[in-house]
Design a binder for this molecule. Structure first.
Ligand SMILES: Cc1cc2nc3c(=O)[nH]c(=O)nc-3n(C[C@H](O)[C@H](O)[C@H](O)COP(=O)(O)O)c2cc1C
Length: 362
């Protein structure tokens, strides 16, 4: 086991390699999803929600579920064997710190700060509140941000998010194939090669996982794949669409439209999000003005179209409501229990490593 793997094993004693992480996704990453992933030897993140009340509920529910696990999971330092993801613009630090201090998740995952310096403030507060027991992760999308975050906030881990990722990310982004090694090289060149690096964006099964490991990742994050987990907190129609969509390249798109539709965009400058191409997007491309599109969107959210299932969808099944998903969605063809997703992916990687051997050099 190399030094990073043994650090990981001591920070998160229940994990198995290759390490599969379920992304913090608001609002889908619920306690039962995160715990199922950790129980299967991965690391599951719950969402911190968009206010302290959401976080309190999710942490209390997680703690309750974790204490029911038999045989008990090994987490000797008193942390919960799950992480919590925070959208910095959506949470107030002074409200969430006491909850993190009380429950001590194994890790906090920070994302979407208005200014990079905010990550340092959050990291310091979380470390002090938990005596350093809760590890600090930050999700970044460029090597410049990775280096700056690494220097000012000394995170335990960086999640390197490529352009294929579902949900929000940087408008100006690149695919993992070039982004990941660039981040890794720039950290090493600055003496920061000890920071754990995880790859996110477009990874939905064993092949993507193995490719990310070959790029140097210490583990992989999957978001879109876990939208089709049995435990995910997701409307049925949305989950059906994730399973049904076949072409990640043409059926998903990165756009600011999905946020702009909802009124004032609450995301920090420079972010947009990848979602499934829907009627809203097609109409906008055909020239529908934003106010008309927003009106139709609000109507779809309203009353009888409240839910994604059936009623929210058109004959083509894409509807007007936003369904965040990454380009890996084309690889997701069934709903599975989260534990099976983790175990199946790990097994695929092991089988492929055995099969590849020296074959890749022939
Ligand atoms: C539905 C959805 C919601 C997401 N919500 C969040 C979030 O609340 N916080 C966050 O840091 N990332 C969020 N993300 C991005 C993930 O952290 C991660 O970068 C992404 O899912 C990885 O790419 P993949 O979807 O191709 O696996 C979300 C992604 C999706 C698909």
């Amino acid at each position: 086991m190399d030094a990073t793997a043994s650090t990981l094993k001591s920070d998160y004693p229940w994990i198995q390699f290759p390490l599969i992480i379920s992304a913090a996704m608001y609002p889908m990453s619920c306690p039962s999803l995160a715990l199922a992933v950790s129980k299967a030897g991965g690391l599951g993140f719950i969402t911190g929600g968009l206010n302290a009340a959401d976080l309190k509920k999710n942490l209390e529910q997680s703690a309750e579920l974790i204490h029911q696990v038999q045989p008990p999971m090994s987490f000797e330092n008193g942390t919960l064997p799950i992480g919590v993801g925070f959208l910095l613009f959506g949470n107030k630090l002074d409200e969430v710190v006491p909850l993190v201090q009380e429950h001590k998740p194994a890790a906090v995952w920070l994302f979407a700060a208005h200014q990079i310096a905010e990550y340092a403030t959050w990291a310091k507060a979380m470390r002090e509140a938990t005596d350093g027991k809760t590890k600090i992760w930050v999700q970044v999308g460029t090597s410049v941000d990775a280096l700056e975050v690494a220097k000012i906030c000394e995170p335990d881990a960086l999640v390197v998010q490529g352009a294929d990722a579902g949900g929000h990310g940087l408008q100006r982004s690149a695919g993992l194939m070039s982004l990941f090694p660039e981040v890794s090289d720039s950290l090493k060149a600055d003496g920061l090669g000890h920071i754990q690096l995880f790859a996110a964006g477009g990874i939905a099964e064993g092949r993507g996982t193995l490719a990310a490991l070959a790029l140097g990742a210490n583990g992989v994050v999957m978001g879109t794949r876990f939208l089709a987990a049995k435990e995910a907190l997701i409307p049925t129609g949305y989950q059906d669409a994730v399973v049904r969509v076949k072409s990640g390249a043409t059926a998903t798109v990165r756009a600011g439209l999905f946020d702009n539709l909802r009124g004032p965009n609450i995301w920090p400058k420079g972010y947009d999000g990848r979602g499934i191409v829907n009627e809203t997007y097609v109409d906008a491309e055909a020239g529908m003005p934003l106010d008309e599109n927003s009106r139709l969107y609000a109507e779809a959210l309203d009353g009888r179209l409240q839910q994604y299932p059936e009623s929210g969808q058109s004959a083509t099944g894409t509807g007007r409501l936003t369904m965040w998903a990454g380009s890996g969605v084309g690889l997701v063809d069934r709903v599975m229990p989260a534990a099976e997703i983790v175990e199946h992916t790990r097994r695929e990687v092991k089988e492929m490593v055995g099969r590849l051997g020296s074959k890749c050099l022939e």
